[in-house]
Design a binder for this molecule. Structure first.
Ligand code: MN
Ligand code: MN
Length: 478
């Protein structure tokens, strides 16, 4: 039998994701390295939502973005091409490039979050026990508690004095700094601990941080070690024990982000979830050339890891209020109907991380519908748990549009669910924004060890997230 000729488009019938490194040119590989270098710089300085916010403001200002609240005060209108940002309490940030079309046509939004799982200090944290000063904690977000013991930890955050003065704290990042630590039980005496489940082995109240052990030289003091720590804090920051009452202090891994793998194809860092997508969105906005057709908006949100509640979370009216201000600044005839149309007509990439298929844990994933490392940015049509519960489930029509613009702009992308059906689940801010009737789909970087002190992400995936967000922001919906 005669051998049939290979069709011109090989595998045109079948679909299979490919390793992105096999699909990009040497010139693009260079760009991929540049993007990752810039990301390493950002993530290294952004260990809390406040720091991620402040570093983003530095980048925005350097690129000519100005504070939108100045316009809100003066009433000075915005025109196409204008670049502004709007901060909420120094935690949530919105950055905007005003497009050619009126706001009523909708915006193109890339929404990520910059809060990451961590361990917060309680409001009355400091105590002494057995000659040690300890800091009592309350963890934030979904952590596997056993991962946070015995590793070097840093203390970041703020004290706010009753007079309004804010004192920034950062201990454990400078090579000359001391670090903090949470202890674990030695294996020799862990017979009972070994019998517990992983979730019970380290209880929530067992995550107290060792802060010191030198007693104060002052006479007549009761808890001398605790007193000594208070004196040190007082000397360095001018704070007293009562100032913990109005503080937000976060315990985070002290390690710096690093290139990982013998081939340097990955980045190991604290807080990829979700600073990796938030930053990639921000970088795409910064690199946007010319005036986009639709107003481009990038969100760096707080509180996603605890359900987006609170004044700086997306479950609040924060976004809607900011959108109203923006609409008011770009038109002479503000109306609620126009606002509703603007929100309804907006499109959004919910820029959050997803789980990668991990060969160490194949049983929880369904391989054909899981994201693979460095196979591109992951588009997730629906998240949720069990029967897609809690998912916003993007439409096939919107998926088709994203597919078209990603393919058009050479974005290497893949699709992936968060694990096997009935294995667990998760969510993002997608459903909160979908409340307005806008088209939303999850799109972000796949991770290994999500929510661990150090998470692993692929460089090509980070680059493709940036490239995908850029393709989306500049898209004219044609
Ligand atoms: Mn996330
Ligand atoms: Mn998360």
């Amino acid at each position: 039998m005669k051998k049939t000729k290979t069709p011109a488009k090989k595998n045109a019938l079948a679909y299979a994701p490919k390793n992105g490194y096999e699909r990009i040119s040497p010139a693009e590989l260079k760009r991929c390295e540049e993007i990752n270098k810039a990301y390493l710089e950002y993530i290294g300085k952004s260990k809390t939502e406040r720091e991620a916010h402040d570093e983003a403001v530095v980048l925005l200002q350097a690129a000519g973005f100005t504070d939108m609240r100045i316009n809100e005060k003066s009433g000075a209108k915005l025109k196409p091409g204008d670049k502004v940002y709007r901060s909420a309490e120094g935690k949530t940030l919105m950055a905007i490039v005003v497009g050619k079309k009126p706001l009523e046509a909708g915006m193109h939004i890339v929404g990520g979050h910059t809060d990451s799982p961590r361990i917060d200090l309680k409001q009355n944290p400091l105590y002494e026990n057995s000659g040690l000063a300890l800091l009592d904690t309350h963890y934030y977000g979904g952590i596997k508690k056993y991962q946070w013991v015995t590793i070097p930890l840093a203390l970041h955050g703020v004290f706010v004095k009753p007079d309004g003065k804010t004192i920034k704290v950062n201990i454990g990042e400078d090579p000359g700094d001391p670090v903090l630590c949470i202890t674990d039980l030695l294996p020799h005496l862990a017979a009972d601990q070994y019998k517990k489940t992983i979730g019970e082995a380290i209880p929530g109240e067992g995550l107290d941080v060792v802060a010191g052990s030198i007693p104060s030289s002052e006479k007549d003091k009761k808890e001398k070690v605790k007193h000594n720590i208070l004196s040190l804090l007082n000397k360095k920051y001018g704070v007293t024990e009562a100032d913990f009452l109005s503080a937000e202090l976060e315990i985070v891994p002290a390690a710096a982000p690093r290139e990982a793998g013998l081939d340097r194809s990955m980045i190991l860092a604290y807080g990829h979830d979700d600073r990796v997508c938030a930053w990639a969105g921000l970088k795409a906005l910064l690199d946007l050339k010319g005036v986009p057709e639709y107003t481009s908006c990038v969100l760096l949100c707080d509180k996603e890891e605890v359900g987006s509640m609170g004044a700086t979370g997306m479950a609040s009216n924060l976004f809607e209020n900011a959108a109203s201000e923006l609409l008011n600044l770009t038109s002479d005839t503000y109306s609620e109907l126009t606002l509703k149309r603007m929100l309804h007509n907006s499109w959004m990439l919910s820029a959050d991380v997803n789980a990668l298929f991990d060969p160490m844990f194949p049983s929880v994933m369904e391989k054909r519908n899981s994201a693979l490392l460095n196979h591109g940015v992951c588009v997730t049509k629906y998240t949720g748990a069990r029967g897609k519960s809690g998912s916003s489930d993007a439409s096939a029509e919107f998926m088709a549009h994203i597919r078209r613009i990603f393919d058009r702009d050479g974005v290497v992308w893949q699709t992936g669910e968060l694990g096997k059906v009935d294995q667990g689940g998760g969510g993002t801010i997608a459903y909160l924004m979908a409340r307005y009737g806008m088209q939303v789909v999850d799109c972000g970087v796949g991770l290994f060890s999500m929510h661990a002190p150090m998470e692993l992400a692929g460089k090509l995936d980070i680059y493709m997230a940036y490239k995908g967000y850029l393709a989306f922001l500049k898209d004219g919906r044609k």
